[in-house]
Design a protein around this ligand. Structure first.
Ligand code: GLU
Length: 511
């Protein structure tokens, strides 16, 4: 047995961990676990560890581990120890810890708490089929238990390379204490493989050994792992190790209350949220609400908006929901809007920028005037978008050349017969405004939203007697190419007189 880290009980501050398997795009559940892990660790001045569980070599997906780092960093769920940052219990990747597990398996073998199993996969399959046909519970029938290799070789279905199975006694304790669920029980397992024929440990052995060696005090994971926990508790007991506390989190569920999966639900992929333009702050708040109730204010009202810092301060296991909330994307959109409106304009502009670049609205190295225009436009759209991806359509008209502005079909179709007359009057009224310096930055320049509005109102609404909506519609279409746009007069101010007049003229020429 290797000399190991201090057992969990020696430590006063909690150590939590998240232990994803790099088998594809990171699952949103990884962030969900990580945020509760981190909140609890931070609340008590403890550490949060990231461990990569890559012992299932057939399911490894290249790049997946890096995506775990990237998405957790995007969310601000920063681990204190992990394969990328190291730490006192390195290595943190299970495939690099293979020497660690065998001594534990050997000890269990010596003490008769585990045994070699030489059954071939064909024999196991046959056994299962027979059990199913007889409507018996399926599970290993212990053919190899108590047998030497020689004994076993004499029987059918022998394979040269044995696995190691842990013995699960018939009277194994199936109940354990859980911080969320209270006293919890699981179905009786059969004798589990703990070491595979290739020498790799299975999840059960690796997770127990690593959680122990890494001094993990609290194992936080989804309720789908409840059935594994009695096996782990038994391993801790047999290895004379102090078990950690367990907290099995309510599952993330879709609208049919089924457990979410990457196959069925695109939003089970953590990268989806980033691509869709959600803010990490909003996603964290949303994930917290999947397992945790809203905050009750002193006057009894509920508040659903709370950031990670506040959550960390208030977090309490005893308040956790036992059943998961349904994953409601409308709620996420709403939350996202709440956070988006609170952002400082420059910050929001910086977050919108990569989406504009991806959509080809701006290049890789935007100029200072382009960036300053972005800030001005962002201010106009801050209350009009729920997600960062929605910015592109609203921002694009501010960056296209005036003669390349496309007029959307619905906007053109919406133009009334009076459009030509309206545009002529608008052009005449605006002509008088001094716009020589373009966007106003000081005194003496008149091309401001207020001035533009005054001029258009007096010429179109008062002068022609057209209702404001009809009067400004053609102007909006000319300026933005859209039926819906950021506030019109402010948009014209940002574009400047020259561009605004060109756009009005060019629409005029086609109606
Ligand atoms: N590797 C497991 C997973 O992918 C970890 C389960 C646990 O936290 O014990 O979810």
């Amino acid at each position: 047995m290797t000399e190991t880290a201090a057992p969990a009980t020696d430590s006063t501050a909690p150590r939590t961990r998240v232990a994803p398997s790099p088998t594809g795009d990171p699952h949103v559940g990884t962030a969900y676990m990580a945020m509760f892990d981190l909140a609890y660790a931070r609340q008590h001045g403890g550490q949060f560890v990231l461990r990569i569980e890559d012992t299932d070599r057939n399911r490894l997906v290249e790049g997946s581990e890096q995506q775990v780092y990237d998405t957790l960093a995007w969310l601000g769920l920063v681990h204190d120890e992990g394969p990328d940052v190291g730490g006192p219990y390195a290595p943190y990747r299970q495939s690099e810890r293979l020497d660690t597990y065998r001594p534990y398996a050997d000890r269990l073998l010596e003490e008769g708490k585990a045994y070699h199993c030489w059954c071939s996969s064909e024999r196991l399959k046959e056994m299962r089929e027979k059990q199913q046909a007889l409507k018996q519970p399926t599970g290993y029938d212990r053919l190899c238990y108590g047998k030497t290799e020689e004994d076993r070789r004499a029987l059918p279905g022998f394979s040269e390379n044995p696995v190691v199975r842990m013995l699960i006694p018939d009277d194994v304790e199936l109940e354990f204490d859980d911080l969320i669920m209270g006293r919890t029980s699981a179905p009786r397992p059969d004798d589990q493989v703990i070491l595979k024929a290739d020498g790799f440990p299975t999840y059960h052995l690796a997770v127990v050994v690593d959680d122990h060696e890494m001094g993990i005090t609290h194992v936080v994971r989804g309720q789908e792992w409840i059935s594994s926990t009695p096996k782990h508790v038994l391993l801790y007991r047999w290895l004379d190790l102090e078990p950690p506390a367990f907290a099995h989190m309510p599952l993330l569920r879709d609208e049919k209350r089924a457990k979410i999966s990457k196959r069925k639900n695109p939003w089970a992929r953590l990268t989806w949220f980033r691509e869709e333009g959600y803010l990490p702050e909003a996603l964290l708040n949303f994930l917290a609400l999947q397992g945790y109730p809203p905050i009750i204010e002193s006057d009894g009202t509920e508040r659903e908006v709370f950031d990670f810092a506040e959550f960390t301060e208030r977090f309490d296991w005893s308040k956790m929901n036992k059943a998961g909330a349904v994953f409601n994307l409308d709620k996420l959109d709403w939350l996202n809007g709440q956070y988006l409106r609170e952002l400082e304009v420059g910050d929001l502009a910086a977050r919108i920028l990569p989406f504009l670049q991806a959509d080809g609205v701006l290049g890789d190295n935007p100029t200072l005037p382009e960036l300053s225009r972005l800030k001005a436009v962002t201010e106009l759209i801050q209350t009009r978008i729920a997600k960062l991806t929605e910015a592109t359509a609203l921002v694009r008209p501010f960056y296209v050349a005036d003669d390349e502005l496309e007029i959307a079909d619905d906007a053109r179709a919406g133009l009334k017969e009076s459009a030509g007359e309206v545009l002529d009057a608008a052009l005449a009224a605006l002509e008088d405004i001094d716009g020589t310096l373009g966007r106003p930055d000081g005194s003496g320049v008149e091309w401001t939203a207020t001035r533009i509005e005054e001029a258009l109102r007096s010429s179109l609404v008062d002068g022609l007697g057209i209702k404001p909506r009809l009067a400004f519609g053609p102007v909006r279409t000319a300026i933005s190419g859209q039926k819906v746009s950021p506030p019109l007069f402010e948009s014209m101010e940002i574009l400047g007189k020259d561009a605004s007049m060109k756009r009005l003229r060019s629409l005029r020429a086609t109606v």
